[in-house]
Design a protein around this ligand. Structure first.
Ligand code: PLP
Length: 464
């Protein structure tokens, strides 16, 4: 047992939070050994698009925390909504037919905002358990309609659907599979609509028809009556911000309808104004069978996710259960009243507070920040939709060759950005991800442009 593991040390003032973190806190999706060596960067406060760390550095957060703080930090009305709800009723179970007013109001609000088929809401604590709820209730749906052989799921290469057990298998990123016994035999992937590196070139129509053809072929290969659903993100986030051509989502939705399989839109990142409209599906008039969401739902102030389902799925499941027998899916904190009160206030800020409109008005500024860097020697491609974007760094612009991972460039770019007062995501394959809050101003985008160019210039000196 280490010295720090003794509880008597925990109250000693000289035991810094950094030491305690290093000794005891397991960080999500991290190299544990690298973290022990590096230690944590402790964040202390935030206001608008700005963060301050415990050493006093002021940082422009161009990633909205983890693409979630869409409303920006320090929104007093959200704090007030949470406080009032905590005072009044900090917890109400959804079991035993109990409930709370904010949860019912938020469910109705989401139904109002979401595509028309989606009529019923199950609240979760995160995106991962929203995906897990979708998977489990799809099984229940197929059980109810006597099609239990539909056990196979298709998702996209580089897709991210969280880290629950089944969801991590829908996720198509190696770190989520290695050593976890994933993917399962009933989990299948088709190619991403990744224009920059697509085998069919960058023509939008070619990419769309290739995706549709591969989906059809995969379904035929598995057996059409064995496939339950196709899951996709309208813009792939954690796989490197892969922006499909316009029309792709609609074509995939239509293909699923023709194939008789469910279409699940995972809007955990793309929801709540991230790509422009409230939901990315809206831009193409896509009406999915199920939708998952989290992040921007509460703008990260408190944990909450949601899974929405069509009335057809809901009625089938409800009719399929013997009278009085519960559908065994639920968690203690589903539809938590404090999270729901926060969600209602955050959505009010998007709508009545003008944040959704501001995000839409600012998107061209963001697009310019990225596009103006496309000529930088390190940048292979700049891509973006709404306030979600990426710069893909390459060692050779002609061949699109990636940097040797042994160079550790991703960590260096992140650290250099941080030193220059800018926070963004730096993926292992040298894609830089950006998701500024919807409250960003034109001046903040100018500052972001300057800090980002300086960061790339500094890194170029190293890469040379
Ligand atoms: N689905 C998508 C598309 C995501 O981007 C994420 C998280 O980034 C998840 C699911 C999982 O959400 P969470 O991290 O809240 O579990």
């Amino acid at each position: 047992m280490s010295a720090l593991a003794s509880s008597s040390h925990l109250s000693l003032p000289q035991t810094s939070a950094l030491e305690l973190d290093r000794e005891h806190l397991i960080h999500p999706v991290s190299s544990w050994r690298a973290h022990e060596k590096r230690g944590a960067t402790l964040l202390q406060s935030g206001k608008g698009a700005w963060l301050r760390d415990t050493e006093g550095h002021e940082l422009l957060d161009a990633f909205a925390g983890l693409w979630c703080v869409n409303a920006g930090y320090g929104q007093e009305s959200v704090v007030q909504a949470a406080t009032e709800q905590m005072r009044k009723l900090p917890y109400a179970t959804g079991y035993f037919h109990f409930g709370s007013e904010p949860a019912a109001r938020l469910a109705a609000k989401l139904v109002d905002l979401a595509p028309p088929s989606l009529q019923h809401v199950y609240f979760t604590l995160s995106g991962s358990d929203a995906v897990e709820a979708a998977v489990r209730l799809i099984a229940q749906y197929n059980h109810a309609r006597g099609q239990t052989q539909r056990r196979h799921f298709i998702s996209l290469e580089r897709g991210y659907h969280g880290s629950s057990f089944f969801g991590a298998g829908l996720t198509a990123l190696p770190a989520f599979h290695r050593g976890f016994g994933l993917p399962l035999p009933e989990q299948h992937y088709i190619a991403s609509p990744y224009a920059y590196r697509s085998a069919v070139g960058s023509d939008p129509l070619a990419i769309i028809s290739a995706s549709v053809a591969e989906l059809r072929a995969t379904v035929q290969q598995i057996g059409q009556d064995k496939v339950a659903a196709f899951f996709c993100e309208p813009v792939q986030g954690s796989g490197g911000v892969i922006v499909p051509p316009e029309g792709w989502l609609k074509a995939m939705r239509q293909a699923c309808r023709e194939l008789g399989i469910l279409f699940v839109a995972d809007e955990v990142i793309t929801g709540f104004g991230r790509t422009g409209p409230m939901f990315a599906c809206e831009a193409e008039g896509v009406d999915p069978d199920m939708m998952t969401m989290a992040k921007g739902l509460t703008s990260g102030y408190v944990p909450m996710g949601a899974m929405l389902m069509s009335d057809e799925i809901y009625q089938t499941i409800a009719d399929g259960a013997p009278a009085g027998v519960p559908i065994g899916h639920g968690t203690t904190y589903s539809a938590h009243p404090v999270s729901a009160a926060v969600g209602l206030e955050v959505i009010r800020l998007y709508e009545e507070g003008g944040l959704l409109a501001n995000g839409q008005a600012m998107a061209p500024h963001f697009a310019r920040v990225l596009a103006n860097l496309a000529d930088h020697p390190l940048v292979g491609e700049a891509r973006q939709r709404g306030l979600l974007g990426a710069l893909e760094l390459v060692s050779n612009k002609q061949t699109k060759a990636r940097f040797d991972p042994a160079l550790g460039l991703a960590d260096r770019v992140f650290a250099t950005g941080y030193r220059n007062g800018l926070v963004f995501r730096s993926f292992g394959d040298n894609i830089l991800g950006f998701a500024p809050a919807l409250c960003f101003t034109a001046e903040e985008f100018e500052l972001m442009a300057a800090r980002l160019r300086k960061t790339l210039d500094d890194v170029l000196d190293f890469a040379d």
